[in-house]
Design a protein around this ligand. Structure first.
Ligand code: ATP
Length: 510
């Protein structure tokens, strides 16, 4: 076994390092590459634990690195950080045994019980505790790299802990290669290897000029704030690749997250101001964790009992919620399939630009022919005293045209106005290539997810997909052969021409 078993800390309580000591009770979550179980540790009085089983086949695992990092992580200790009990490999999976947090993740809480988000008072408690954890990590010289509601867990006392730091983080990281002091300097390397969904990713991580820094954690923290407030991260109504394009083309702004369903939601000035600071495009302008902790939004913040009363009270168990969400997801997939066949045209129409809709605080797509794209005005929206939106949307003829091969949609922008050019980086080739690589990765991930789901609900479609792929491959080969033949014929023709002209030349000479 390449990875030695590792008991993480607390020498008093030794969690056993073999799978047989654990009795799996229920599935409580699935991530991109892991399944999370509720289990009992039999030799330890059947202590309830959570086990995250990570599929190692998906990662280029560097066991030495994981071992080193888990050692370091186990030395970290903070009331708002969830430390794993131990970890060991089981076949091709890494089991990370950790305390069971009965409330589950904030993501699972909001998605099943608070679809329109939590109240600001609850958010303040959750974020403050998260910030305590993040501040501790940053002050110890560590980055989290995956701040999101899915990684913030709550126990039965309303205590909030930041998770997915340590073993799993180091796996994802060893795969991603971005990070402090990393020898990976090629941005395309960093991007092509990047894992995870992009909604929480800071623009500079995608652009990759500077790589990941503390301030990228702050960006993700800001996105998480919006996620808690609205029940989902900004742009999540778009597929990940589109959210990426919007960021690459700098079309992502703070207000993009607003959708018409929450337009009546009252958001306090302090909250807007705090989030706007975290989501500054310029990392150096984003506040540090310590500065954030002093922000007025966290003044007169309630305690954990408040969360027990307003969030946990009456909440179904995490396993129950997971069961329901699984059924719900399946229903959604069915809906999508139906919708796809019915309104394909609408969904696959090309988009010629984006118009900022001030009334509903969102970006509306503009379809070719509707010609409502204002191609002369630089739109600016002021928000909390700062200019958040500075958008120039122009007609189709000019510059960047990301036309997907399927002709699904395209985003079009023009060269920025002079004053914009000074402040805005224009999209360069490196950025585009990097971004597209990330995009490809994201699409691959999505494809994998869809494949997994299809497998889960019966594999028939897979065969169709396989057949289609085979057909495409066959056609590609045929096309290639055809091209080769054409080429040979052309060469032959050239040769004949040459011979003919050579012959006539000699004739002339004669
Ligand atoms: N220690 C734990 N106690 C209780 N529930 C947990 C625990 N760890 C994870 N979960 C539940 O399992 C779900 C999935 O966890 P996981 O970390 O795999 O997912 P994720 O962070 O949403 O996805 P990703 O793999 O993209 O990071 C969480 O949303 C949470 O509800």
């Amino acid at each position: 076994m390449a990875y030695e078993q590792e008991s993480h800390h607390h020498p008093k309580v030794q969690f056993p390092l073999d799978p047989d000591s654990y009795k799996i009770i229920d599935e409580i979550g699935v991530g991109v590459s892991a399944v999370v179980y509720k289990a009992e540790c039999i030799p330890l009085n059947s202590t309830v634990v959570a086990i995250k089983a990570i599929d190692l086949d998906q990662f280029k695992v560097d066991f030495d690195k994981i071992r080193r990092e888990t050692k370091t992580m186990s030395l970290l200790s903070h009331p708002n950080i969830l430390n794993a009990h131990c970890s060991f490999t089981v076949g091709r999976r890494l089991w990370v045994v950790m305390p069971f947090m009965s409330g589950g993740s904030l993501q699972s809480i909001i998605s099943s019980c608070f679809p329109d988000g939590l109240s600001e008072q609850c958010i303040a408690v959750v974020l403050k505790e998260t910030l305590n954890a993040l501040s501790y990590l940053h002050n110890q010289g560590h980055l989290h790299r995956d701040i999101k509601a899915g990684n913030i867990l709550m126990d039965s006392n309303g205590c909030v802990k930041l998770a997915d730091f340590g073993v799993s983080a180091s796996i994802y990281e060893s795969n991603s290669g971005y990070g402090s002091g990393s020898s990976t300097s090629s941005s395309s390397m960093m991007l092509s290897d990047m894992t995870g969904t992009p909604y929480w990713m800071a623009p500079e991580v995608i652009h990759s000029h500077t790589g990941y820094s503390y301030k990228a954690d702050i960006w993700s923290f800001g996105i998480t704030a919006l996620e808690l407030a609205h029940g989902r991260p900004p742009l999540s109504h778009l597929p990940p690749w589109k959210s990426l394009i919007m960021k690459i083309t700098k079309r992502f702004r703070f207000s993009d997250y607003e959708n018409s369903s929450d337009k009546h939601k009252k958001i306090s000035k302090a909250f807007k101001d705090m989030v706007a600071a975290c989501l500054d495009q310029d990392p150096s302008k984003r506040p540090s964790t310590d500065k954030l902790l002093r922000h007025p939004f966290f003044k007169s913040c309630k305690g954990n009992e408040f969360l027990v009363k307003h969030v946990l009270h009456g909440l179904p168990s995490v396993e129950e919620r997971f069961r329901v969400s699984k059924i719900h997801n399946k229903a959604n997939i069915d809906d999508d399939i139906e919708e796809e066949s019915g309104s394909e045209l609408v969904k696959h129409r090309r988009i010629s630009g984006w118009n900022f809709n001030e009334d509903v605080f969102q970006l509306d797509p503009v379809f070719p022919g509707e010609s409502s794209v204002d191609d002369s005005v630089v739109k600016q929206v002021r928000f909390g005293g700062e200019t958040i939106i500075s958008e120039r949307v122009v007609s189709e003829s000019s510059s960047l045209n990301l036309n997907s091969p399927e002709g699904q949609s395209s985003l079009v922008s023009t060269p920025p106005s002079e004053e914009q050019q000074q402040s805005d980086n224009t999209v360069n080739a490196e950025t585009m290539v990097g971004g597209l690589m990330t995009l490809k990765k994201s699409l691959d991930d999505q494809r994998q997810k869809v494949t997994d789901l299809i497998n889960l609900f019966g594999g028939e479609v897979i065969n169709k997909e396989d057949q289609t792929m085979q057909l495409i491959e066959k056609l590609r080969l045929e096309l290639e052969a055809e091209r080769q033949k054409n080429f040979e014929l052309e060469m032959e023709l050239e040769f004949l021409k040459f011979q003919v002209s050579g012959a006539s030349n000699t004739d002339d000479n004669d």
